[in-house]
Every structure is written in structure tokens, then in C-alpha cells.
Design a protein around this ligand. Structure first.
Ligand code: CO
Length: 202
């Protein structure tokens, strides 16, 4: 790195000014900087199993607060991935111990979309739909945090994006569920609810 830019580390040590907060899965194959080809200092990162955003998770909420209020990121990216082990475990419903309490949130999403999921015969396709639906739920959860709500109320430019990454082909797919304000949040809630009934993808 210093061969290319002798001041790289000196400049980086002075400050970080990322425009993006990445909320992704802990899966070792889904590394934020690598996937979006961003250098150190360009993306603030929170990862956990199956990229969940829960309203009582002080770890995740603290990351969001720091990113939005101090770093003033312009985008929050919730990035799930197809074939997510957490989503598979939630769908299979077998006991794995403590982690089942964490995966419970994905099972709630699966229950809310039971008919759509059951209509898909192929298990990996079913998992992948739940991976997408999970991203949708987490985008809504981010939009509903007091942190994001207050940012929008004071007119701060902040977009919440939902992406999904393909382990098999390295492609990122934008699920086209971005939220730029309260109206978008309302529309996405309606869209997901109607999708549950019609069988359409997100
Ligand atoms: Co995963």
C-alpha cells in the first residue's frame, strides 16, 4: 500500500470519514470491503449472524448511532447473502442451542411468509427467498430505529439500502427497497405485506 501511496497510513490514522455503513453477515465469505472494493477508512462495518437488526441489540444500535450521528454516513447498506447458514438453520428448525434465540427473528419472518415459502419445492430456492425477505425486514428495522427516524426528522440525507450477495457468482443484487424517508418506509411495509399475499418476490 505504501508503495502506491506513501502517505496512506498516516492519512488514515488521522481520521475516518466513511460514507457507508455496512450491516452484513459474519460469514467469512462475505467481507464488506472486498465485496464493494472499498479501501480501509471507506466503510464502517457491523456484522452478525444473518445480518439482523433488532431493536434491543445495543451493539448494533450503537454502531448505527455512531455511523449516523458522528460519522454522518450517507448510506446504510443491509447486505444479506444467498445460502446464508443462519437462514438455513432457522428454516430447518433443528435445535442448535443458544443461537436458536437469535435465529428466532428469522423464524418469525418465515412464519409470516409461510405460504409463499411452502410453495417453493426446491429447498435452496426457498432459503434464498427467505434470505431476501430477511433483508427486507432488516431494512424496515433500520428505518424504524429512533436513530434513523431522528436523522430524517432533522433533514439529514440518509438512505437505507437492501442488497443481497451471491456466493456462487460474486454478484450483488440491489433489492430495490431503498428508504430515503418515512414515506418510503411506509411503502415498503405495504409492499412486503401485499407480497405475502400475492406470492410476488420483494
Ligand atoms: Co450468512
Amino acid at each position: 500500500m505504501t508503495n502506491e501511496d506513501p502517505h496512506f497510513f498516516a492519512d488514515l490514522a488521522d481520521q475516518q470519514a466513511p460514507e457507508y455503513l455496512w450491516i452484513g453477515c459474519s460469514d467469512s465469505r462475505v467481507s464488506a470491503n472486498t465485496i464493494v472494493d472499498l479501501a480501509p477508512g471507506e466503510v464502517f462495518v457491523h456484522r452478525n449472524i444473518a445480518n439482523l437488526v433488532n431493536h434491543t441489540d445495543m451493539n448494533c444500535l450503537s454502531v448505527i448511532q455512531f455511523a449516523v450521528e458522528v460519522l454522518r454516513v450517507k448510506h446504510i447498506i443491509v447486505c444479506g447473502h444467498y445460502g446464508c447458514g443462519g437462514v438455513i438453520a432457522a428454516l430447518e428448525g433443528q435445535r442448535h442451542g443458544l443461537i436458536d434465540n437469535w435465529l428466532r427473528h428469522i423464524q418469525d419472518t418465515a412464519n409470516q411468509n409461510e405460504q409463499r415459502l411452502a410453495a417453493i419445492g426446491d429447498m435452496s430456492e426457498r432459503v434464498n427467498l427467505l434470505c431476501e425477505l430477511n433483508v427486507g425486514e432488516q431494512v424496515i428495522n433500520v428505518g424504524e430505529t429512533t436513530i434513523v427516524q431522528e436523522a430524517w426528522e432533522r433533514g439529514q440525507e440518509l438512505t437505507v439500502n437492501g442488497w443481497i450477495y451471491g456466493l456462487k457468482d460474486g454478484h450483488i443484487r440491489d433489492l430495490d427497497i431503498s428508504l430515503r424517508g418515512e414515506d418510503d418506509l411506509h411503502r415498503l411495509r405495504t409492499r412486503i405485506l401485499s407480497g405475502r399475499e400475492s406470492g410476488a418476490l420483494i
